[in-house]
Design a protein around this ligand. Structure first.
Ligand SMILES: Nc1nc2c(ncn2[C@@H]2O[C@H](COP(=O)(O)OP(=O)(O)OP(=O)(O)O)[C@@H](O)[C@H]2O)c(=O)[nH]1
Ligand SMILES: [Mg+2]
Length: 476
């Protein structure tokens, strides 16, 4: 790792394609020297003496072999603005040079080739952020928040990413970890001085402190589902028998004519997928083929895909046509996936109603703790769609959920570490209550402390780092 950190790396930091500006970024000990090989400031000043965090007007030059004779001449590639950010006040905490050139493919490519010839190497995905972590500028949860910021799909997702980048989650994890380290110190001291007549921590107090930490950890982990949905999005499938208005509902929520709608049952044959923002929740909405018994092989394949979409989805919108009495196909559909989150959506409310909600509710598997919400809508007129949007949000977020209220876990990796920490503390508590020796308590406490440390990167392995940074783009 130390060897790799000595390399000077570069990458294009802007998206591929034509644009007003393209930015190339260099980081490492030799960033200034390598850049100075191709950058000439218009002021005549040497780049290596440029002031940190200032923009300079400059030319980028490339060496061209002279047609005759050994001397190389320099040819301009582009007019640029260049900024130097000296260590440690840069993104990576190393010397960084940014070259802002015109955003053309060839310009950027020519610049990359010149930097490579000058001794820098193309960065790996996420390598700038990885360096920021390895140099202590960001912890691991903050580094992940950089990626979340880039990938945020909604204002809420962005807000959560920014909270995490500013250290909200890390502070909470460090607070919990520090308090466990204190407890561990007392438990270990009690083991070391067992002969002497000193009591370091009473079992009662130990139980209180472990229980308190465990409670906070479980609470954070529980909220992880909400956080994860806000970051990753929620897959929602619209399902129902043919002609109930599934495609009409997709179109109404998107406010566009995305799917074909006709009065012919069996119109949709494939799963259509669209991404939209529903009350701050990023939603992947699937419109499916109507589910029914059929001899038509094309429609059979469509039905198979509908069932696969139902398996995949985290929330099912069970759609029925409210203008017709419930059919056997509707009834069968209502029994599917009782363990998933589901909403019963009664469509065509603009027509006289033939579906009695009480009858429908009686058909559903009894889950008194979580009765199936029923929403009446008309995909044709748009009536009830606001209520449906609220109901969708409510299935995944608490009523009063506000992203800035408390630290929120948004990644499965964090949730898994919290779970491990919670389980280790549970074992430690059992050992204390069972009057076991302090060694057992200390062992489980250490496991809990390590699990928490994996979230912020206080404890880490190359494997964890590789898994995290491979999701980044090359220039970040
Ligand atoms: N009156 C009324 N008609 C509707 C409503 N929603 C859909 N329809 C009509 O119902 C028919 C079927 O609509 P689709 O959206 O194609 O139904 P679907 O469930 O996607 O049907 P398949 O793709 O065949 O499974 C069309 O004629 C729609 O115009 C509604 O709210 N009110
Ligand atoms: Mg359809």
């Amino acid at each position: 790792m130390a060897g790799a950190l000595l390399d000077t790396i570069f990458a294009i930091a802007t998206p591929v394609g034509e644009g007003g500006i393209g930015i190339l970024r260099l980081s490492g000990e030799k960033a200034l020297d390598v850049a100075a090989g191709i950058v000439r400031l218009r002021s005549g000043q040497a780049l290596v003496s440029a002031r940190s965090h200032h923009l300079y007007y400059a030319d980028v030059l490339e060496a061209v072999a002279a047609p005759c004779g050994p001397a190389n001449s320099l040819r301009p590639i582009d007019e640029v603005l260049v900024a130097v950010m000296r260590a440690p006040h840069s993104y990576t905490a190393e010397d960084v040079v940014e070259i802002h050139c015109h955003g053309g493919r060839y310009v950027l490519q020519a610049l990359c080739e010149s930097l490579q010839r000058g001794g820098a190497r193309l960065a790996e995905p996420g390598e700038f952020t990885k360096r920021a972590f390895l140099n202590g500028r960001l912890d691991l949860a903050q580094a992940e928040a950089v990626l979340d910021t880039i990938q945020a799909k909604t204002a809420t997702g962005l807000r959560l990413a920014q909270e995490q980048l500013r250290g909200r989650l890390s502070q909470e994890i460090n607070r919990l970890r520090d308090s466990l380290i204190q407890v561990l110190a007392q438990v270990e001291a009690a083991i070391d001085f067992t002969e002497e007549d000193i009591t370091f921590i009473q079992p009662g107090e130990l139980v209180d402190r472990l229980g308190e930490a465990r409670g906070a950890i479980v609470c954070l982990a529980d909220r992880g589902r909400e956080g994860r949905i806000l970051r990753e999005g929620l897959t929602v499938a619209i399902v129902g028998r043919p002609n109930v208005g599934k495609s009409s509902l997709l179109n109404a929520l998107l406010d566009s004519d995305r799917a074909i709608v006709t009065p012919v049952p069996g119109t949709t044959r494939d799963v259509l997928e669209e991404v939209l923002n529903i009350r701050g929740v990023p939603v992947r909405l699937l419109d499916t083929a109507g589910v029914r018994q059929t001899e038509d092989p094309v429609e059979q394949e469509g039905v198979r895909r509908s069932r696969a979409a139902m398996d995949q989805a985290e929330l099912l919108l069970l759609l029925v046509d409210g203008s017709l009495p419930l059919s056997d196909e509707d009834r069968e559909l209502l029994t599917l996936h009782p363990d998933k989150k589901r909403l019963l959506v009664v469509n065509k409310s603009d027509l006289p109603c033939q579906v009695d909600e009480a009858v429908v509710a009686a058909l559903l598997p009894a889950r008194p703790a979580e009765p199936l919400p029923v929403v009446r809508i008309s995909a044709l007129t748009g009536a009830g769609l606001d209520g449906l949007r609220d109901a969708i949000r409510k299935t995944v977020l608490r009523e009063n959920f506000e992203p800035g209220d408390s630290a929120v876990v948004t990644r499965l990796r964090h949730q898994a570490s919290l779970q491990q920490a919670g389980e280790a503390l549970e074992k430690a508590l059992e050992s204390v209550r069972g009057g076991m020796s302090g060694e057992f308590v200390a062992m489980d406490l250490r496991a809990a402390i390590d699990a928490l440390g994996e979230i912020t990167g206080a404890v880490t392995t190359d494997d964890i780092l590789d898994r995290i940074f491979r999701d980044f783009c090359i220039g970040k």
